[in-house]
Ligand binder design. Sequence first.
Ligand SMILES: O=C(O)CCC(=O)C(=O)O
Ligand SMILES: [Fe+2]
Length: 576
Amino acid sequence: MPSRNSIDNILNHPCLFWRTHIMFSGHQMRVPNCVWATILVSFLALPFQGLAGDDGIFTSNSDLQGLLTTEAELVKGLQHYIQQEEQKILKLKQIAKSYEEIQIHAQDDKETYVGNPLNSYLLIKKMTSDWTDVKEMISANPGEDFLQNITTQKEVFKWPSDQDLNGAAVALVRLQSTYKLDTDDLAHGQLNGKSYGTKLSAHDCFELGRQSYNVGDHYHSILWMNQALKRLEEEENKTVDAGDVYEYLAFSAYVQGNIRRALRLTNKLLEVQPGHTRAMGNKVYYESTLQTENDAKFKRGEDGLGEFDDPEGVAIAEESDSPGQKTPEKTNYEKLCRGENELTEAYKAKLFCQYTTGQNPYLIYQPYKEEVVHLKPKIIIYHEVLGDNEINTIKTLSTPRFKRATVQNYKTGELETANYRISKTAWLKREEHNDIERIYQRVGDITGLNMDTSEELQVSNYGMGGHYEPHFDFARREEEHAFKSLGTGNRIATWLFYESDVDQGGATVFPQLGIGLWPKKGSAVFWYNLHRNGEGDEMTRHAACPVLAGTKWVSNFWLHERGQEFIRPCTTSPFE
Ligand SMILES: O=C(O)CCC(=O)C(=O)O
Ligand SMILES: [Fe+2]
């Protein structure tokens, strides 16, 4: 799957020409993309307003950054603990030496040695008062203090749980499955041919296999356990016991119904760990099961070796051992996530790019770049509609630091906790307030829609594997009370800002339409969720693909029906 950046996006775009729209002459003219900038600069003598400028688990990139802070504390603590232990050992060595010296001096003539009253005194002192000190030193346990400290820190700093580890492993395996990543490549730090430097040890692979096994995903469990064996061959300092790997592989083979293979893998386990009690028990069980099977076959006059013959004895991953069948929608979603676009060349030829002055004549001086990526329903990308400063403001207002701060709502005077929804009415710094105001204004100018009934700006930060399964943004008939409390009707339209480029993955895809859109920092996607008759448009079903590498920031404006009656008048036709 290709990673997209702005240049790629332009070069690969099906529309080679940007269409200028009623800007100068009242008719549309087609100009090549590169010429377009020149026209603006030289004729308008105004620079184009390109603007100045992620389940209780660690799925958001900022959560994961919090973990790095915890790890830094852990490193400091560990170093302090090691220093204390080293000092202790040093002191004990000195003491042992002083005891040894007595032995050396007394060696030649014990009688003379103890005849010296000072020596006798020191000998007794060494074994009483001094020994008490030594005993204390030995039983002092800086390790316990260190661990106690860590326990206290867990309350202050973020600390992942076993559940988080499972979540992270499942997320990694989901990425592998969605993007069809090769296990060998992944273990060598390669994501879609791009090297990220981080390599997995045999134990890292084993843990992925173990976590997959625990969620019943034998396909990935076998892939990763086999990978662990491969890594083990290359490792000088073995990070995992081969026997442990064989044990999991044998279990998976048993679950696959292949007892012969389970037996062979158990034998391999017994080769490296001959006294393994559980393996010895399983071996007896597998052998007797096979014997019974063979006896039955013999009685029926069949050959002893049947479909489960497994001369190689290696564990083979079979995709059918992945839990849960993929729905056609899921299969299509994953395909689009990988960039396997479904649009025909004929359809692509109908798509176009144009400048738009939106619904505000003022925008004649600063038209926006509009790219139509689907015709019905119309899905539009607006390029360069958010500046870096504005993006920084949005991110600042939605980070955990800000979330914890209490802010005052100037309308109600109440103190409230700011969360990932940025309220226009919250107490913000003047510049922040201006930025947010301007953003609302701009979306209103471009779409012509009344922003007063928009929900607050919803900010999402997707981390590793962060995704959003296929969904509609509008409330369906059966959930008609969904937006009742807002009193503003259903979500008529969605405006989705991209506030970061994503290194790999993280596309917004529309499985019904067969299109995938790659986040580009500063651009936005817009579409109507409802037909003009108020019915939800089922074709707008969409999803956010898992982030494969990097981080993804997006913000939504969900615009509601009330207040748009004259802007987007209703019709009774179900087709508009
Ligand atoms: O992140 C995306 O690409 C889509 C997000 C989305 O669909 C939503 O927040 O409703
Ligand atoms: Fe959505």
